[in-house]
Design a protein around this ligand. Sequence first.
Ligand code: ATP
Ligand code: MG
Length: 191
Amino acid sequence: MKPEQIKGKKKSQSTPIHPAKGLVIVITGNGKGKTTAAFGQALRAVGQGYKVFVVQFMKGRKYGEFKAAKKYLPDITVRLSGLDSFVLRDNPAAVDIELAQKGLKLAKQAINSGEYNMVILDEINVALDFKLIDLNNVIELIKNKPADLDLILTGRYAPPQIINLADTVSEVKEIKHHYAAGIKDRAGIEY
Ligand code: ATP
Ligand code: MG
């Protein structure tokens, strides 16, 4: 077979990485599976040649997904933007607000850098609900994102304004959770 033919075959089989329209996907609800669903989407995307950037709001601990990306998945960059402690909903510490705002800035830079095809804002809905970041800033971020970039926002309590802007919204609903039976959180399941 001539080299040109091989080239031609390869070309016709390849699909474009950049879609014409990037999607805004929201994963919300009170059941378990939102963050892991977003990382499942990231895994699928990098398998197709995407570069993915993730900001984990309100998290300071290296979960399994952080470690996996660092060790095995160079096309997924994960940044932590919180502390490894609970944020008080009605009285967040100044450092929690500062870190969440830094996370948003980081997200904005990644979104506009042209380096990533998909950006995941993990727990951003919770950061909004806790008023660590301003809803208008996130709305602007979504509205001004590059047209071909896929943007995923996770976390319970997704505000209606974000839901309105999204192309796809999935609600993960709790039917039951093992915590209720006294089974504690553990590596590989919760973190
Ligand atoms: P995961 O990170 O496992 O995909 P999640 O992102 O849907 O879960 P969050 O709302 O971010 O869950 O909550 C973080 C942790 O709280 C989860 O690891 C989880 O096991 C626990 N959790 C989630 N849903 C429930 C629930 N309905 N009841 C009790 N604990 C829950
Ligand atoms: Mg989560």
